[in-house]
Design a protein around this ligand. Structure first.
Ligand code: SME
Length: 162
């Protein structure tokens, strides 16, 4: 896929997500919608979802794909590293990353981004996995950072389910 095609897919997905989520506040609703629309537009996505901060560790939240790990301590996985460092992680080849947790052996590359609430607290990480090696780059990082910032950090956010 060319960079231009990737940008077009992100632009279409972002427009759709922004329209659907206009005025919405609930965190779970936003997470579920973002997963669904991104996975429909970005054809190299294999697993997409959120791991939410819960009592100092990560707990699986809304996702689309094969069965994910249920709990990830901050000391483990690329997800744990993204949460610990509060920085985006792009892993070109997960088999070359000793911290990677192999929940699904078909995954070959991934991107994990921290998700912040309006107070700047880390509330989750957003994890996307691909069966392609080297599927993610700074284009993914740029679009996903903007999307997550707009819908969680700079948005009204109701963190309780009800
Ligand atoms: N990619 C993660 C594990 C979770 S799943 O792949 C769904 C990691 O290494 O942190």
């Amino acid at each position: 896929m060319t960079t231009q095609q990737k940008q077009q897919q992100y632009q279409a997905a972002t427009q759709e997500i922004n329209a659907i989520l206009a005025g919405e506040k609930n965190m779970i609703l936003k997470m579920a919608t973002i997963n669904c629309v991104l996975k429909q537009h970005l054809d190299y996505y294999y697993w997409v979802g959120f791991y939410c901060m819960n009592q100092g560790a990560l707990m699986v939240g809304p996702y689309q794909g094969t069965l994910g790990c249920l709990h990830i301590p901050l000391s483990k996985g690329v997800c744990g590293r993204a949460a610990r460092l509060q920085q985006t992680q792009i892993v070109t080849d997960v088999h070359a990353d000793p911290e990677h947790l192999a929940c699904d052996s078909l995954t070959n590359s991934e991107i994990v981004l921290p998700v912040f609430d309006p107070q700047g607290n880390l509330i989750a990480v957003f994890d996307v996995d691909s069966t392609q090696t080297g599927a993610f780059d700074t284009v993914d990082e740029e679009y996903l950072t903007k999307l997550l910032t707009a819908h969680f950090k700079e948005a009204a956010l109701q963190q309780h389910y009800l």
